[in-house]
Design a protein around this ligand. Structure first.
Ligand SMILES: Nc1ncnc2c1ncn2[C@@H]1O[C@H](COP(=O)(O)OP(=O)(O)OP(=O)(O)O)[C@@H](O)[C@H]1O
Length: 721
């Protein structure tokens, strides 16, 4: 029976199609399901026509309505057709004439290329290359290596004519998709082995038969990264109604391989720069695990902030339709989970969580009481990074504690006094009926270790900022069995003071760790600009702190304008300019709810909200916004601190107040004379904070400051003189 499948290119254009055109697509799909092959080709309403002088006879058009046409891949054998695009009549014909389909001999997937344009431009590039003194872009790769990665003869010739990245950018949208990716990763510095492992191998299908490059029926089945087979009208209706949720249907082979691997023999990890789809992969992993859950088993899906919990909840709702299945997943922050475990324990007493600003003053008081003369900051860090990190509960343990990694010196003779101060601090908290969140985690871990783990699987997103005490809690939440922990995170986005090495916690992911490199969120221009903030700075992996993470090969297929940067003479002028920028975005058709404004401090955010509102622009603080689809607030610009922007994304982002007093913020950075190592870590967190805020932007990024720009911008040469 014939069927009509859908290409990713069609989905990309879907938001622009009006409801009657979408209805036409649904009708066409139903017709493919209803008619025989013979009837399809003869149907006068559908007009499944091939085009005279087309580059490829199997690319045809169909009638969607009076003005719109669909471009369809109609292979001569098999009965699966693929809807590639829906466009206005003339555009559809012009586009269809130029395309050519083929089957990649390595990945076995269907690829589409703009053969007419490639044929037209390649000779000119070849001539330029012949007369250029520049080394060819792919000179260091042999034909054999390129072919082994799936590059065919035509693409090889085209690739050999290129001398630099700019030229590849011109060719890229025209090239067959799998081959385009291979060339882009090689050009960005990846080795043949890396490209094979990360890009090609995940797309391979376990088949020992030689590829039949005429068997489109099989090849379409192998193209799940780009072609969706839809089986029920409700499914299609749902897809047509929620056109932005392409991630639900199409996963990159590297994403699918990680998310849907049948089983991992232990903890598994997925890393990758901002916007590479780690959260998407985590959600798909939950879906996969739900399919195998035994009676009574439950899953914990956990992350760092409440805003991310909301995002995970709505993501899971759109991915897993069955509410009974979803009910088997608890979604909460790690701290929220700890609070629940502690509250549910027999004889639990309610304690107030301590705010972080209260903590330092309490340390000051404890130090005064014991006569400790060092700083409160030292004590707070010692407690966090040594005592809580190592789960120390007595003076003897503290005396034996490993302080490697701390840059502040402490003699053996000084340790008892520090410990006495720690005891004073914790006793003070207990007496006042409060406790820190990390203490809650420590207690919760202890309770679970005694009682047994409540979950079968734990899936963690934004893992880079978790503290060892939080990891211990998660470890205790799930038995050490295959598929116990699935961890998604990015060390480049570490913005809290928790440098953890999973290895040191006994969580081993070696051999079960995958890195994603393709950014689906931001334009390449925004990415290049933002990554300059971190380039050349060593960033420790969280798998093993002794090794560094890189952003090699990290790239986006999207293009747009580069970020706009602007220095203002006064804060008032900066806020006025912000209003102008937000208005310009809105005038260009961007909804207020698709705009995010971020600043280092709450007080700057409050001023931005007030200023936008005064100017008649609806704005809401992220602190007050409830969920991501809160009615009424949907049409308001979201304003939040850089910390609260973690994990979120907006079509347009303004990052304001990026001056030398805000980034780095002196109070957040330990002075080098107190602890030089901590100083470096804190500086890196401040830098990452700016990186995180900027990488929330999909289409447009705007960065402004008053007075002197942040040295991070200056050092990175980010458009600042
Ligand atoms: N395979 C895909 N197809 C289409 N869109 C995708 C795909 N994977 C991810 N996306 C989209 O890319 C954006 C970023 O994805 P996601 O939030 O999962 O990335 P992330 O790696 O968790 O980002 P960050 O670390 O910056 O928080 C989202 O809009 C998501 O829907």
């Amino acid at each position: 029976m014939p069927q009509l499948a859908f290409d990713i290119g069609f989905f990309a254009e879907l938001p622009k199609l009006q409801p009657p055109v979408r209805k036409g697509v649904l009708d066409a799909w139903e017709k493919f399901n209803r008619l025989t092959l013979d009837q399809l080709f003869k149907d006068q309403g559908l007009k499944l026509e091939s085009l005279v002088k087309a580059k490829d006879k199997q690319i045809r058009t169909i009638r969607i309505d009076q003005f719109w046409r669909g471009v369809v891949l109609a292979p001569p054998t098999g009965d699966t057709f693929v809807l590639l695009r829906v466009m206005q009549h003339d555009k559809a014909i012009a586009w269809a004439m130029k395309q050519k389909s083929s089957i990649n001999e390595v990945t076995r997937a269907v690829e589409i290329r703009d053969a007419a344009t490639l044929d037209e431009i390649t000779p000119a590039y070849e001539r330029v290359a012949d007369h250029s003194s520049k080394v060819r872009l792919f000179a260091k790769f042999s034909d054999g290596d390129l072919k082994a990665l799936g590059i065919d003869d035509e693409t090889l010739r085209q690739a050999r004519s290129l001398v630099d990245q700019e030229q590849l950018d011109v060719f890229a949208p025209l090239l067959p998709q799998d081959q385009r990716e291979v060339l882009q990763y090689l050009a960005s510095g990846c080795t043949v082995e890396e490209v094979w492992q990360d890009i090609v191998a995940p797309a391979l299908h376990a088949s020992t038969k030689p590829v039949d490059t005429r068997d489109y029926e099989t090849a379409i089945q192998h193209t799940r990264a780009r072609i969706a087979l839809v089986t029920a009208p409700e499914e299609l209706r749902d897809i047509l109604e929620k056109p932005f949720a392409a991630w639900r249907v199409f996963l990159h082979p590297s994403q699918r391989k990680v998310a849907y691997r049948a089983s991992y023999s232990g903890p598994a990890q997925v890393t990758g720069g901002p916007g590479t789809g780690k959260t998407v992969v985590a959600l798909h992993r939950v879906k996969h695990l739900l399919g195998y859950l035994r009676d009574g088993d439950r899953i914990l899906l956990t992350t760092y902030t409440n805003a991310l919990v909301n995002a995970l909840r709505s993501g899971l709702e759109s991915l897993v339709e069955d509410p009974e299945l979803r009910e088997r997943v608890d979604i909460s922050t790690v701290d929220g989970f700890a609070g629940r475990v502690v509250a549910e324990a027999p004889g639990a007493v309610t304690l107030r969580p301590l705010m972080s600003n209260e903590e330092v003053s309490r340390w000051g008081r404890a130090a005064k009481a014991t006569g400790f003369t060092g700083s409160a900051q030292f004590l707070a860090q010692e407690y966090r990074h040594v005592v809580l990190a190592q789960g120390i509960g007595s003076l003897a343990e503290y005396e034996a504690a490993d302080r490697r990694g701390r840059g502040s010196r402490l003699t053996a003779a000084e340790r008892p006094l520090v410990w006495k101060t720690v005891e004073r601090f914790t006793a003070g908290l207990a007496a006042d009926g409060c406790r820190t969140w990390l203490q809650t985690c420590v207690e919760a871990a202890g309770l679970l270790e005694a009682k047994g783990p409540p979950y079968r699987h734990v899936v963690v997103d934004e893992a880079q900022d978790l503290h060892p005490a939080q990891w211990r809690l998660l470890r205790a939440a799930v038995p050490a069995r295959p598929d116990d922990l699935f961890i998604a995170g990015d060390p480049h986005q570490r913005i809290y003071d928790s440098k953890v090495s999973l290895k040191s916690l006994g969580i081993r992911v070696t051999g079960r760790s995958v890195k994603l490199r393709k950014n689906y969120r931001s334009t390449q221009e925004i990415l290049r600009w933002s990554t300059a903030l971190l380039i050349g700075r060593p960033i420790a992996q969280f798998e093993d702190e002794g090794r560094n993470e890189t952003l090699l090969g990290y790239r986006s297929a999207l293009h747009g304008d580069g970020p706009a940067v602007r220095g203002a003479a006064s804060e008032e002028a900066e806020l006025d300019a912000l209003v102008d920028q937000v208005r310009a975005w809105m005038d260009a058709g961007v909804g207020a709810g698709e705009i995010g404004v971020s600043a280092r401090f709450n007080k700057t955010c409050a001023k931005a909200v007030a200023h936008l509102k005064d100017a008649g622009v609806p704005a809401v603080s992220l602190r007050n916004a409830s969920g991501d689809s809160a009615t009424g607030e949907e049409a308001a610009v979201r304003v939040g601190t850089m910390h609260s922007f973690k994990g979120l994304e907006f079509r347009c982002v303004a990052v304001i107040g990026v001056n030398d007093e805000a980034l780095p913020f002196a109070k957040a950075v330990t002075p080098p004379d107190v602890d030089p190592k901590q100083h470096e870590t804190d500086m890196m967190s401040e830098r990452c904070l700016l990186f995180v805020a900027c990488t929330r932007a999909r289409d447009s990024l705007y960065v402004s400051w008053t007075g002197q720009p942040s040295p991070f911008l200056v050092e990175a040469g980010c458009g600042v003189d």
